[in-house]
Design a protein around this ligand. Structure first.
Ligand code: DCP
Ligand code: MG
Length: 358
């Protein structure tokens, strides 16, 4: 892989559930989910023992219990997961500073030039897996390849506790068989659209060609065409720029009147305000999401010519929007508020403008 980048993707196995099984031996070897047992709760993740019953992330707790009556529910301990996540990060940083965290349990590492001058990315991945096992008592799966897209595919090939390499000479063969759902950026809706066009795998994507893909998927079509050829030039980016901050809540009762929902919306605005302060995020677009009792959802957004940060400012924008929405007869199951439309800090815009004034 001499002229290629060396990218490792690390993804912890059944992360929250494994941490719980590690800290409570009574849970080991048992079907465990992390999440609320309340029938309206959702599963954050399931241990591999629970997955055998078909239980998985984002499933309702009610359904999970139906699939596996002996399922053990454990509450979330975010503080503990965050501590494990930062310990993980310090293991990675023994090898490189080019670490792009994707989530608490997942990161890309560019080890093309690494701190230990190691030749083989596979050796680095093995050392990292060993350190995770010995120091954190947990397991991770690692994928190695010459770009992010393929490294992530590789880490999923042999989960749990896996290690896979996708070498450039094998890339096209592996991509050809890959279902489109596994391509970066292809969500449920895009996958369905692709299926409608007769595209199910990487080889179908390749066969359709660039022009066809751009015609049907716009700019994203170019990316899919590249991925289908094993090309992904995206760098490993150590600093992620936050694009939004938001919160949402699922309710015990599906209320059907604006009056009953007002206090819920207010609580959400207060929570968003807290998160804006905590993250320091600055934005001027508010997005309201409503999921009805029948699980369909709508979103409404408003962009202002100023930043929004206080609860009353949020309510001033959101309440009139909300009041105009006709509430579905099945009631409101969930509401979410997100602030997006990032406003750049004054120094950054100054830097951007500066050359023009010289
Ligand atoms: N998570 C969540 N809600 C989801 C998906 C995930 O709260 N809908 C949380 C719980 C997971 C963690 O994020 O433990 C990491 O997500 P992964 O998708 O990596 O899933 P796991 O690590 O649990 O399992 P896997 O072994 O498949 O990576
Ligand atoms: Mg994981």
């Amino acid at each position: 892989m001499d002229d290629y980048r060396k990218i490792i993707h690390i993804d912890m196995d059944a992360f929250y559930a494994s941490v719980e099984q590690r800290d409570n031996p009574g849970l080991r070897g048992k079907p465990v989910v992390v999440g609320s047992p309340h029938p309206r709760g959702v599963v954050a993740t399931a241990s591999y023992e629970a997955r055998k019953f078909g239980v998985h992330s984002a499933m309702s707790s009610l359904r999970a219990r139906q699939l596996c009556p002996d399922l053990i529910f454990v509450p979330l301990r975010m503080g503990v997961y965050k501590r494990v996540s930062s310990a993980l990060h310090s293991i990675f940083s023994r090898y490189t500073d080019l670490i792009e965290p994707v989530s608490m349990d997942e990161a890309f590492l560019d080890v093309t030039h690494n701190k230990k001058d190691m030749e083989w990315a596979k050796d680095i991945a093995l050392e990292i897996k060993d350190a995770i096992r010995n120091e954190l008592n947990l397991t991770a799966s690692a994928g190695i390849s010459y770009n992010k897209f393929l490294a992530k595919i590789a880490s999923d090939l042999r989960k749990p506790d896996g290690l896979s390499v996708i070498h450039p000479v094998n890339a096209k063969r592996i991509i050809a068989r890959l279902p489109v759902e596994l391509f970066w950026g292809v969500g449920k809706v895009t996958a369905e659209k692709m299926h409608g066009l007769g595209i199910f795998t990487g080889s179908d994507l390749r066969r359709k060609g660039r022009l066809f893909l751009v015609r049907h998927f716009g700019k994203a079509g170019l990316l899919y065409a590249d991925f289908a050829q094993g090309i992904d030039c995206r760098p490993v980016e150590p600093f992620r720029i936050r694009k939004s901050v938001g919160c949402e809540e699922t309710y015990e009762r599906d209320d059907t009147t604006h009056d009953l929902l007002y206090p819920k919306l207010l609580r959400l605005a207060e929570e968003l305000c807290l998160r804006i302060k905590r993250t320091g995020f600055r934005g001027h677009t508010l997005v309201l999401k409503i999921k009805w009792g029948n699980f369909t959802q709508i979103t409404r957004s408003r962009t202002l010519d100023r930043e929004i940060s206080e609860t009353d400012e949020i309510m001033e924008v959101v309440w009139p929007v909300f009041r105009d929405i006709r509430i579905h007869e099945t009631g409101v199951r969930l509401m979410g508020l997100t602030l997006t439309g990032r406003v750049y800090p004054a120094e950054e815009s100054l830097q951007l403008c500066f050359p023009f004034f010289e």
